[in-house]
Design a binder for this molecule. Structure first.
Ligand code: R5P
Length: 284
């Protein structure tokens, strides 16, 4: 077995290599002067099971994944598993309006061309797994995130919308605290509304948990509501920290006490490693 890490996910590939006791394949990669990507696998991987690890965000990392998959196939790998720590485009999982693509399906179709198995982490909706024409599975970062929160004296876990309620409930069961949710309405890509709601947050340490933080709008509005209700410390927690634009500033201005994400997309806020959620898929 060999592990190959794409440039977006070297961290996760290295962790998996240690956990699975499988070598990282030696590769060379570069960008041509016109920015096109080049990769070459140096080890002889013919007849081997190869695990390719690459987040498909932003766009150029997706092309990189396709090229590594093809290189592995051309080099005669016996089996190709693709680990996608953060599956970009998963939120466009249907035609919300006439004339739109189903972006998640496009990516899934292309990735399936050279993959025997696909594993991703907390996809926005589980049904995107059906878009792959190869075996596709997901795992949840919630147990690892909850483990991190265990020593933070959390009294309540909050979902910023009903869709994230199951995640909040699962984390609350591990931490052994209360859980609740907020009522969110999305107005457009960067504007949301959180309806004021009675929340028992006075003097409590509250963690708000979501799958993605993108512009930070959802979390910032939720923090403001919690602070209005007298919350003591507010932690924002997510699996995938995209932190687009001035997201971090928004969260800090709203009064956030700590920002926590996994390393599916590496950033200064990657406090939790994702590899322990992925490695069980490959352990015999
Ligand atoms: C949407 O339903 C997702 O679960 C997240 O709540 C959303 O992507 C967060 O986006 P933003 O940080 O831009 O509010």
């Amino acid at each position: 077995m060999y592990i190959i890490g794409g440039t977006a996910s070297k961290n996760v590939a290295e962790d998996l290599s240690k956990e699975l006791d499988a070598p990282l394949a030696n590769t060379i990669s570069k960008r041509f002067p016109d920015d096109e990507f080049y990769v070459r696998i140096l080890d002889d991987i013919s007849g081997e099971h190869v695990i390719i690890v690459q987040t498909t965000y932003p766009d150029h990392n997706t092309v990189e994944l396709f090229l590594i998959q093809n290189a592995a196939e051309e080099a005669g790998a016996k089996e190709i598993s693709v680990v996608i720590p953060y599956f970009g485009y998963a939120r466009q999982d249907t035609k919300f309006q006439k004339g739109e693509p189903i972006s998640a399906k496009v990516l899934a179709n292309l990735i399936s061309l050279s993959a025997d198995k696909v594993i991703t982490v907390d996809p926005h909706k589980e049904h995107i797994l059906d878009f792959f024409s190869t075996s596709a599975y997901s795992c949840s970062a919630v147990p690892e995130l909850a483990k991190y929160l265990k020593n933070k004296d959390i009294n309540m876990i909050l979902a910023p919308d009903k869709g994230a309620l199951e995640r909040a409930k699962q984390a609350s069961e591990i931490i052994k605290c209360d859980f609740d949710y907020m009522e969110k309405t999305r107005i457009d890509d960067s504007t949301i509304e959180i309806k004021p709601k009675k929340l028992d947050a006075k003097n409590k340490n509250v963690a708000i948990i979501d799958d993605i933080i993108s512009t930070g709008g959802t979390m910032a509005k939720s923090i403001q509501q919690l602070k209005k209700h007298g919350a003591k410390n507010v932690f924002v927690v997510c699996t995938h920290g995209l932190f687009a634009g001035d997201a971090i500033k928004k969260l800090n201005n709203a009064g956030c006490d700590e920002i926590i994400s996994t390393d599916t997309i590496q950033s200064d806020f990657s406090r939790v490693k994702i590899s322990p959620c992925i490695s069980p898929f490959f352990k015999k």
